[in-house]
Ligand binder design. Structure first.
Ligand SMILES: CC(=O)SCCNC(=O)CCNC(=O)[C@H](O)C(C)(C)COP(=O)(O)OP(=O)(O)OC[C@H]1O[C@@H](n2cnc3c(N)ncnc32)[C@H](O)[C@@H]1OP(=O)(O)O
Length: 212
């Protein structure tokens, strides 16, 4: 039987653990530089060095969330792949995922999120609590759709973009790679790669200057 190991020990790790436990999965412990009080009695397995010693039946779940940038979460995923290991999907049992949606490896869809028909979620994409990804929308690799964001039909979100809390994106809009849509924004026009847009209607704030 599969057992999960969580990568990271913060708040997102707790959401991931909750989703897995509700699915009836077994969580063996977590990997983090230090023990995390946030994860209570769950076993701290050690830092990254312990990964190579894990038995082959163990599945790894990305427990790193995003703050202002998706880079650290993406880097962790890519480090695991570089070790020849896989990052498992985490699909909350109370998310709705249309059977005609296409989900890549390591995708996470958390509690109450909706992923509609024809949506495509690329490797490592995160659809957070209560977000809505409408039909035929494409979420790029390692992009994060934050809690409560709503993406209309036919939206395209680029690699590593962060679509912030409670934002709205109108049909067919393209959100560029590594851009940030601010919390609460309403996006009515395409968003340039690497830019931050905010407000209603969303306007660019300038380059992020984020090279993490
Ligand atoms: C489970 C989870 O928690 S997932 C969390 C996912 N995270 C998110 O959704 C957060 C998205 N990030 C944001 O919205 C951020 O506020 C950003 C990226 C837009 C701006 O962050 P920062 O660069 O740190 O900006 P900072 O907080 O210094 O504010 C700069 C200015 O923008 C304003 N501002 C900040 N956020 C917003 C926003 N969402 N909408 C409108 N204005 C904003 C501030 O009031 C400030 O204005 P001022 O210069 O007039 O005082």
């Amino acid at each position: 039987m599969a057992e999960y190991v969580i990568l990271g020990g913060g708040g997102h790790a707790r959401s991931v653990i909750a989703a897995l436990v509700l699915r009836g999965e077994t969580v063996r412990g977590y990997v983090a530089p230090e023990p995390s009080p946030a994860l209570g009695p769950l076993t701290h397995l050690g830092d990254d060095d312990c990964l190579d010693a894990l038995p082959p039946h163990v599945l790894l779940a990305n427990g790193l969330g995003t703050t202002g940038s998706t880079h650290a979460r993406r880097r962790l995923h890519e480090q695991v792949i570089a070790r020849g290991m896989e990052v498992a999907q985490v699909l909350h049992p109370r998310a709705f995922i249309d059977p005609a949606a296409d989900l890549g490896p390591g995708v996470q869809v958390l509690a109450g999120a909706i992923v509609n028909a024809g949506a495509r979620l690329a490797e490592g994409a995160l659809i957070n609590t209560g977000a809505i990804v409408e039909h035929d929308t494409e979420i790029g690799r390692h992009a994060h759709v934050a809690p409560g964001a709503i993406l209309a039909g036919g939206v395209r979100v680029g690699l590593g973009a962060l679509v912030g809390l409670g934002s709205r994106v109108l049909p067919g809009i393209a959100i560029g790679a590594d851009s940030v849509v601010a919390a609460g924004a309403v996006v009515v026009a395409d968003v340039d790669p690497g830019s931050i847009v905010m407000g209603i209607p969303a306007r660019p704030r300038g380059d992020r200057g984020d090279t993490q």
